[in-house]
Design a protein around this ligand. Sequence first.
Ligand SMILES: [Fe+2]
Length: 366
Amino acid sequence: MKFSSLYNRDNDSGGTKSNDNVARASGESKSLPSGRPSAPAKPSSFVCAETAEKTAAHAVYALLLDRVAQLLYASAGKQPLSLNSHDAVFCELMNVLSAGNPYLLVLTLKYPSVRPFLPYHIVNAVILACHLGMKLKLAEQDLKVLFFTTMLHDVGMTRVSHLANEPRALTTAEYEEIKTHVVYSMEVVKALLAENPWLMESVLQEIIYVHERIDGLGYPRGFTKEKIRTLGQIIAVTDTYEAMCHERPWRKPLLPQDVTRHIIKGSGTQFRPDIVKSVTETFTIFPPGSWVELSSGDIGHVMDTNAGYLTRPKVFITKSSTAGCSVIDLLGNPLLHIVRQLPYLERNDASPVAFKYPPAGAQQDV
Ligand SMILES: [Fe+2]
């Protein structure tokens, strides 16, 4: 399935073109580690495909970050914004995900300490939610609503950023204030999507459920499972997953396997069991981007999962005492297994995709 803005029901006038996207990000992409000198040469077609996939993943990630910067800038009241160009980014993202490009998912988890955390959190949540939505075979228009709802679900945080960035536990009163970001986000949705009533209503219907939990202990309304909607619940689980896997000013990142355990524990109480099942099957306990040590002593990050084999992913080796291929598929190497998941490697903390704020084209006099 090829995603194109042509299918959209809105009268969008276009936006960023594909070639522009690749050109914009090509300067930011870096080559993969070259591996060991004794590694067998890869067929040139494989190398070309690998490089193209990495370039495409970085291009889409950079585009998403730029659009999030625009959203945050606009939601802070600094500049009006049309979301027309976001529609083209939605198509770019869907095309990369539907092509099975593993690098985009790697970018969501490989850098657990990115700062500032909010824009990276939104981008990562968008990628994870849309990836899960595609695995669940959602209709194209549902995917579009999922995309926009995830893009906008936390923009209201800009109004309570003084609390969101506190390097300590919040008081009860402060936590109550943080909860108001949902209302602020809904105000931004109404303002930014006013020209597209169908999309605005669709996003508003879902965004209110992102922080609701099926036991009624969520916010802002305390809805129970009878009222929890599917798209809002997909975002709720992937939003939680992404947040817990990354560092915050008040805590260190958790291991993906511990986050998965937390989410499974919340199945049937906090989260819908069907969505939890899909998350654990899709991301597994060793998701793309997570760091692992193999029984050989080699260290690397997971490049891709093998469906149905939760503990036997493909691993990109970055540290090894022996010669060998740079990518090890554990499904084809039964004598190797994962010994442990590594908390995080400080030398890999800096994301290769930079967040630029104010965004390009921002008014200079603000
Ligand atoms: Fe969030």
